[in-house]
Design a protein around this ligand. Structure first.
Ligand code: F6P
Length: 551
């Protein structure tokens, strides 16, 4: 059967029903027993995936669970789907586009041009231009219009045009050239751009305006404010905008209309989704921070996972297994959310980055074939770095009434600071996965001398699933691999659910309504509000009143 599978609901398949029956059986046991009864548990549940070690053993699974999930994946044509993505088929059906983020890191196996573009050649060309630009900024050959080198770089973008660059720049700070301050402005809240104005000197500030469409209200509004700020300070220089602004976009026309010369634009293409674009020209800010060579190793990290995805049997395929486990918890064990817990301060924005990647991709309730789903799809992703989370929300993970599978991301080597603290950080991470899995029962509490009446609140039920992702050190390559791991996990989930993981129609209505409502907030005379619902009309009236406008 070719991918996509249409007209078939996954929950009607015998493979799905077999998993449902298996889940019931598995609920009779627990992780403690599963470990005790299977001396080879680590043998079939741990994997080397590029530079990452993945330990699935503390999940609520048996070896049989993985083979039943693999059967479901085959019934949903996952191998065909992977090939379709890597070879540039138009698998983003609702937007009629290919999905080629893997081509950005040489992980695609295309046989011809896509939309008339020789993709590999085009990707390399943009990379070479980015490298040339980054080198000249980093060695102070490219300077502002007054001849001063840049001391601040401001990325203006939102969603995929912000979260990736911001998360990675933070994560790889220790690999970056620290002589320039990096800022990220996304929110249309005026204080966000104002903060940059307060901290930076226009003569030494470079703005990188990133927007795939170049039509996003937040980004264009902030970029206009930045242009105004530059012109106010440096307007006597004809080349003020040319010297202080570059753009990253797929839309040359709108970039030119905004006033940025397309010579100062770095392009990408419709077949790169916003949330899958951090390794395209959207990563220009990252390259400015870490330099071209390290950006290339970042790309190599992605490529190692792409290769693994393509070459490894489903039963040992890291990203596929991660995606199938997400389906297992969501559809068969009733989990509503997934925690992401990086034991790395530098990965503090990683959960937020994954929220867009996972929730914008798989928060869908209509299948590719137009049918409404009658099963759950994408979970809520959330998280904070360990050990901070331990002192905030882990209580609920340990003793709450909901099942929350958690990914623990651990590293052996620190990025700096007192070396011995890394041992404590790691000890905390594995201690948590152990406590979550095996808990503490009454017998153990008794041994510890806890009187019977004090035991109930101290009882730790255990049997709470975790996946451990472990690497030597958070390097550019490891980070690239980590991102690609989740990208392909998201794709795997989408294929099982039969949804389009690459569109995002759900965000459009809010955008439309905001542009309709904005003039009603600001009109010089009191607007007629009776066409609106009572709540919206009342909030507008109150807002206008508070802003001193006629109501
Ligand atoms: O509103 C959602 C979205 O379209 C995201 O998918 C995207 O990453 C973000 O807005 C920004 O879009 P753009 O890069 O076109 O400004």
């Amino acid at each position: 059967m070719p991918y996509p599978v249409v007209g078939v609901s996954p929950n009607q398949l015998p493979e799905w029903k077999a998993l449902a029956a298996h889940a019931k059986q598995l609920q009779q046991t627990n992780l403690g027993r599963l470990f005790a009864e299977d001396s080879d548990r680590l043998g079939w549940s741990t994997f080397e995936v590029g530079p990452l070690h993945i330990d699935l053993s503390k999940n609520l699974i048996q070896q049989e669970t993985l083979s039943l999930l693999e059967n479901l994946a085959r019934a949903r044509c996952l191998p065909e789907a992977i090939t379709a993505m890597l070879t540039g088929e138009r698998i983003n059906v609702s937007e009629d586009r290919a999905v080629l983020h893997t081509a950005l890191r040489n992980g695609a196996t295309l046989s011809g041009p896509i939309d008339g573009i020789e993709v590999a050649v085009a990707v390399e060309k943009v990379l070479a231009r980015m490298e040339q630009f980054a080198r000249t900024v980093r060695n102070n050959q490219r300077v502002g219009c007054t001849g001063k080198p840049f001391s601040a770089i401001v990325n203006i973008g939102i969603g995929g045009s912000d979260l990736g660059p911001a998360m990675v720049t933070k994560a790889l700070y220790d690999f970056s050239d620290k002589s320039r301050d990096m800022y990220f402005v996304s929110n249309i809240d005026p204080i966000a751009i104002e903060e940059v104005f307060q901290r930076c000197d226009p003569a030494t500030t470079l703005f990188v305006v990133v927007s795939k469409t170049f039509g996003t209200l937040e980004t264009l509004t902030n970029a206009k404010a930045a242009r105004q700020w530059i012109l106010q300070a440096l307007g006597e220089h004809e080349d003020a905008v040319a010297k202080h602004f570059v753009a990253v976009s797929t839309n040359g026309e709108l970039v030119a209309e905004f006033g940025i010369d397309t010579d100062n634009m770095f392009g990408f293409w419709d077949f790169i989704g916003g949330r899958y674009s951090v390794d395209s020209a959207v990563g220009l800010t990252i390259m400015l921070a870490i330099g071209p060579e390290r950006f290339r190793s970042f790309l190599r990290g992605f490529a190692s996972i792409d290769l693994h995805l393509r070459e490894t049997p489903l039963s040992e395929n890291g990203p596929v297994l991660l995606g199938l486990l997400a389906v297992w918890y969501r559809n068969f064990l009733g989990a509503q959310s997934q925690a992401i817990l990086p034991y790395s301060q530098r990965l503090s924005r990683f959960p937020a980055y994954l929220q867009q990647l996972t929730m914008e991709s798989n928060g869908k309730s209509v299948r590719i074939d137009g049918a409404t789903v009658d099963y759950d799809t994408g979970a809520v992703y959330w998280g904070e770095p360990g050990t901070d989370g331990q002192h905030a929300f882990y209580q609920l993970l340990h003793q709450g009434t909901v099942l929350i599978p958690a990914d623990f991301i651990l590293f052996a080597e620190p990025l700096g600071g007192p070396n011995a603290q890394q041992d404590l950080l790691f000890a905390n991470g594995i201690a948590q996965t152990r406590a979550l899995a095996f808990g503490r029962d009454d017998a153990e509490l008794e041994k510890l001398g806890v009187p019977a009446q004090l035991r109930p609140p101290r009882r730790m039920p255990g049997n709470r699933p975790t996946t451990t992702i472990f690497a030597q050190r958070l390097t550019p390559e490891v980070l690239g691999a980590l991102i690609a791991l989740y990208e392909h996990s998201v794709f795997t989930q989408g294929v099982i659910w039969g949804i389009d993981s690459f569109d995002q129609w759900g965000v459009e209505l809010g955008k439309e309504l905001a542009s309709e409502l904005a003039p009603i907030l600001t009109s010089a005379t009191a607007p007629a509000l009776d066409a609106l619902d009572a709540s919206t009309a009342d909030l507008i009236a109150r807002y206008r009143h508070m802003r001193g406008r006629p109501t």
